[in-house]
Design a protein around this ligand. Structure first.
Ligand code: GLC
Length: 680
């Protein structure tokens, strides 16, 4: 079978942009008039860095529908090129003189015409076999629309003047928007100097692929001689950038990001001859500009993903797919453009991620079992097993998917599996991860070695595990969700991201969510202090540090992942505070950050017990620090936007239980217990 697939996207003005993804490229019947090279400003840093390519072609191809063969794996990537270059050779000939701002290319699956070409099939147990009729995961692409410079704005009669202009970058502008105008920040207001600087930095961090913005680099410190992978677009790091753009009425970059990372999901991944699951999303990707074979002086943009095969420690990016789903939902809710999530390829992408997460394994628990370093904490920190952060993101992704999946015969079992998992997961976390004064006192008096189905100490936790610091630290009121739970092991450290996402997603009960925020307020000096927010509390010290981190010099006590303070966590804190009707807490934290971030050149993290010093090995001009600050500011200014991003308690989930045990049964059904959690 001829597996060549051709996708061509090209525009005439101001330069050509082509996306050709096959060895035997067939571009039928298209006339390629000469392109008009126009030098435009607004180049991102990455563009400037690679500003050496001049496009030699002059193409314009519209309405191109791919002729797709065997699989989505083959999308843009069949032929020998595939093996030669690690990058995603669905590249384009690039003209680095072009401007991303000047044209918009929207590429979309033709859902209407291909609605039967991708079909999920479920086996009896559910969704395990998701396959595509006529080939695995075909991803049909057509050009939906190519907007040229002149077209932009023609649809709108008048384009309003930007209200605030910062060095050419429009901040909080009220431009004609392509989406929910009432949702965008429309009020004219004073933007602080720090915010202006932040917008400039955020725009400067934008990475282009084929002339279109697709993400933001992790850090852009011009003085950093060894950026390692900080010059890449990280999936998790892009989320606050995406939200800042969305809240500012700029949806294109987010849409491009979602679609390009979706393509990367299909990348054939192998690490030492082992192939991880098809649904795996990369931790990060880089846009490389490489010479075009056989085309003298011409270059193409290539996407080069990292699925963990290059990452330090070869960590598996479990959170990437979860973040991708969460962002997809946010995009739909903020822009009102639900067509993206309805696309066949996007629906398939969601299902592939879920397939990885919901596949049966040896697990006894509904929580997701992962290796160390599989999330924001991407180094050894003793969080392998069932870390809270992953569970909270998993829960959020499941709730997002439930909202977004088209329900039909092919997906109904998957949707049922999602519902079951959601209720089992929330029960498990609410029941076993929650600690407060009362619960710690119970653990303190636990009997051990109980063999029976109605054991009280189900995980055989030895009371001596309760750490010294916790006995004094736990407040009289309030509490939190512990970091991890395994047989005979409770990790009592407080992990901020997991607790915040439990509030945001309603993984915790309303009372627990309230209790977490109460604890954070009570323990302000430990968790916020001079710089919001501690990634975890307390730090591992001495022998514990040596054994648990493997003597990691980057994760020394009160530094980096080991009790360092990460300003990027501010936006999630803000979201949680707004949800719990405590915006004043977020305002206080944002004010603290605003005093220092710009002066300190936007560090990645801070060190010491109270976050007083810029982190030992901290990157400067870290994008998610910048974006987290901006997103917090915008959410506080327009708190109603926050409601697009969080979830309220879902009472239906509490009714839902697969175990078919009733109240009188010898074994307890979690359904009844789940309801009692609410009042308890
Ligand atoms: C560090 C962080 C990780 C982040 C990356 C890029 O590795 O631990 O969470 O995604 O830097 O900023």
């Amino acid at each position: 079978m001829n597996t060549s697939t051709c996708i061509a996207i090209s525009t005439m003005k101001p330069c050509c942009i082509m996306l050709v993804g096959c060895r035997n490229t067939l571009i039928f019947g298209f006339q390629f008039p000469k392109c008009n090279h126009t030098i435009l400003n607004n180049l991102s840093k990455s563009q400037l860095r690679h500003n050496r390519v001049i496009c030699g072609c002059s193409d314009r191809a519209l309405g191109f529908r791919s002729t797709i063969g065997a699989s989505r794996n083959g999308f843009c990537g069949s032929g020998s090129d595939w093996g030669e270059t690690r990058g995603f050779r669905g590249g384009c000939v690039v003209d680095r003189r072009g401007s991303r701002g000047a044209l918009g290319v929207s590429v979309a699956s033709d859902v209407r015409h291909h609605s039967t070409s991708v079909e999920g099939r479920v086996n009896e147990k559910g969704f395990e076999r998701i396959y595509v009729q006529g080939g695995l995961n075909v991803k049909p692409l057509v050009i939906e629309k190519v907007e040229r410079e002149g077209d932009v704005g023609n649809e709108k009669v008048e384009e309003e003047e930007p209200k605030v202009g910062v060095n050419g970058a429009n901040v909080n502008v009220d431009k004609s928007r392509s989406f929910n105008e009432e949702n965008i920040l429309t009020r004219e207001r004073e933007v602080s100097e720090t915010e202006k600087e932040a917008w400039d930095l955020l725009r400067g961090a934008v990475v282009d692929y084929c002339g279109n913005p697709v993400g933001t680099v992790a850090a852009s410190d011009p003085a950093d001689k060894l950026p390692l992978n900080y010059d890449q677009v990280f999936i998790r790091d892009f989320v606050p950038s995406a939200l800042a753009f969305l809240l500012n009425g700029e949806g294109d970059i987010v849409k491009n990001f979602l679609l390009h990372t979706l393509q990367l999901q299909s990348w054939e991944k192998t690490v030492d001859c082992h192939s991880p699951g098809q649904g795996l999303m990369p931790a990060s990707f880089k846009v490389r500009t490489v010479p075009l074979e056989g085309r003298n002086g011409e270059f193409e943009d290539v996407l080069d993903p990292d699925f963990g095969e290059s990452a330090i420690g070869r960590v598996a990016p479990v959170d990437s797919g979860l973040w991708w789903i969460i962002l997809l939902r946010a995009y739909g809710r903020i822009t009102g453009d639900y067509t993206l999530q309805e696309r066949v390829d996007v629906q398939t992408g969601i299902r592939l991620i879920l397939k990885l997460c919901l596949t049966d394994g040896f697990d006894m628990f509904p929580t997701l079992l992962v290796t160390d370093g599989s999330c924001m904490i991407d180094r050894r920190m003793g969080i392998h097993g069932h870390p809270l952060e992953i569970q909270a993101l998993f829960y959020s992704a499941l709730r997002s998917s439930r909202e977004m999946l088209n329900v039909n015969d092919a997906t109904k079992n998957l949707v049922a599996a999602i519902n079951n998992r959601l209720s089992a997961l929330s029960f498990h976390i609410r029941e076993y991860y929650w600690v407060d004064m009362k619960k710690i006192n119970e653990i303190y008096r636990y009997k051990t070695e109980e063999y029976s189905t109605d054991a009280i100490n189900k995980f055989n936790i030895y009371p001596d595990q309760i750490p010294y610091w916790l006995v004094d630290w736990i407040p009289e009121t309030g509490g939190y969700l512990i970091g991890n739970l395994q047989p005979a092991h409770m990790d009592f450290r407080f992990f901020t991201l997991g607790n915040l996402w439990s509030i945001i997603s309603s993984l915790g009960t309303p009372k627990q969510n309230d209790g977490i925020l109460h604890l954070m307020e009570d323990k302000w000096d430990d968790l916020v202090a001079d710089m919001p927010l501690k990634i975890c509390y307390p730090a591992l010290e001495y022998e514990e540090w040596r054994i648990i981190t493997g003597s990691d010099p980057k994760n020394t006590p009160w530094s980096y992942h080991n009790g360092g303070s990460w300003p990027t966590l501010l936006w999630q804190f803000t979201l949680a505070c707004i949800k719990m009707r405590r915006p004043e807490l977020a305002t206080k934290a944002v004010a603290l950050a605003e005093k220092r971030l710009s002066v300190d050149r936007w560090p990645e993290y801070y060190d010491t017990r109270h976050g007083r010093f810029i982190g030992k090995q901290s990157r400067l001009f870290q994008t998610w620090t910048v974006a987290g600050f901006l997103t917090s500011k915008m959410l506080l200014e327009k708190p109603e936007m926050a409601s697009m991003l969080f979830w309220e308690e879902d009472f239906e989930l509490l009714e839902n239980c697969v175990c078919s045990l009733d109240k009188s049964s010898r074994k307890k059904c979690s359904r009844f217990a789940a309801r009692s959690q609410l009042v308890g």
